[in-house]
Design a protein. Structure first.
Length: 175
């Protein structure tokens, strides 16, 4: 009788470990897009700079993610602005259209014009940036983007540098 009671308790205990639900085979930590594009900047130091950009978005919640960007824009006289930024982004999805807003912090490098002795200064500054844009899903793995960003560089020649940058590009979404 004692052996039957122990066997019954063992079977009832083992039954609690059994369940009919399947364990998930895998899960995604988020949604990653990596892309690049053409950038044009209007700066308050000089008129217009053109160049390129590279960016990534990692969306880890339904409407929140992390964004990183690199811009390199220059004019015809070798003045250039180079920026590295990272920050947060808030987005919504409306079918194939994904508008977003972003706030970023980073570092910018400005290459000044040469002095009369030929010396050229190349200095780095901290910056804050905010912007808006939209992605359009062409395919499940391909997005095109239009982006506008306003930057404020701190301590730039006893004031600040505030370029507006427009970027048009495309990104690959990793699935």
């Amino acid at each position: 009788m004692l052996i039957r009671a122990i066997a019954l308790i063992g079977l009832l205990g083992a039954a609690s470990m059994l369940h009919g639900q399947a364990e998930p085979a895998g899960s995604r930590a988020g949604d990653l897009k990596i892309g690049g594009g053409f950038s044009s900047a209007h700066s308050d130091y000089a008129d217009r700079y053109n160049g390129g950009a590279a960016y990534f978005d990692f969306d880890f919640l339904p409407h929140l993610g992390v964004a990183g960007e690199f811009h390199f824009v220059k004019d015809s006289s070798d003045l250039y602005e180079k920026t590295y930024e990272v920050g947060g982004r808030y987005f919504r999805t409306y079918g194939k259209f994904v508008p977003y807003a972003k706030v970023m912090y980073g570092r910018g490098v400005f290459n000044f014009p040469p002095l009369s002795d030929g010396f050229r200064a190349n200095l780095g500054y901290n910056l804050m940036a905010g912007g808006i844009g939209a992605d359009y899903k062409v395919k499940s793995y391909l997005y095109v983007r239009a982006d506008w960003e306003y930057q404020t560089w701190f301590g730039f020649q006893n004031s600040s540098l505030s370029p507006n940058i427009v970027t048009v590009g495309a990104a690959y979404r990793f699935r």
